[in-house]
Design a protein around this ligand. Sequence first.
Ligand code: KIV
Length: 279
Amino acid sequence: MSATRLATLDLREMKRKKEKITMITAYDYPTAELVDEAGVETILVGDSLGMVVLGYADTLSVTLDEMIHHGKAVVRGSKRAFVIMDMPFLTYQVNSEEALRNAGRVIQQTGAQGVKLEGGIEIAEAVRKITQAGIPLVGHLGLTPQSAGQLGGFKVQGRDVQAARKMIEDALVLEEAGAFMLVLECVPWQLAQVITQKLSIPVIGIGAGKYCDGQVLVYHDVMGLYTGKRPKFVQQFADARREMLRGVNSYLEAVRKVAFPGEEHTFTMPAEVLAQITS
Ligand code: KIV
């Protein structure tokens, strides 16, 4: 019997029981298969895709078609995890009708379970429209990479009274508009704790301290596969790049020394056939 996927109610129940919710990004079939086998509850097909997989400088260049292409592979590779798709820049900000059309396309074409949008009160109408159409939606506040330019760069958010109050207000608005989960990125742990306590929906932190209902990290950061700048809030849990490099170097060396392919990798043909084609 195939495993059934986790649902929004399972995640909400985890918050109620104070069980930590795990989330990690994935962008392809084998990674989705691996993190699903490890037992992660939620997989995020983040628009960090742009930097860690596609080699762009930021998330702004990522298109809806690119997200859908990668999202389909992640859904095919996973069985149990709840798969969340990032809505890329300018696919939900123009107006709520366009936001719904694009979110609907993502869900229909990938088979993912939910979408994630960055922003607070300014996207509340789009959140309402999408969730009223029955699409599970995750909010994203704090350091929102799609608007990093306006935020003054990749900096901690919500440190002063005004900014902290605004973030609490935004979080409550998103919950009221129908979001079933919220990601908080790069905010003081005390503010993340206040927001986590105020909301009844699960709050997932990245650079937001340990009092959130769960944590998310980018797979390539966890595994040591990304060679770009690593933020303070990242912990590398494995050195997969070193092991992969070792594997590739061993292969190249074996080919150069004719140690590969061996007899066990080689096909043969009857001697009489060979005699006929060489005579
Ligand atoms: O794009 C992404 O990977 C994200 C996470 C960092 C939360 O939004």
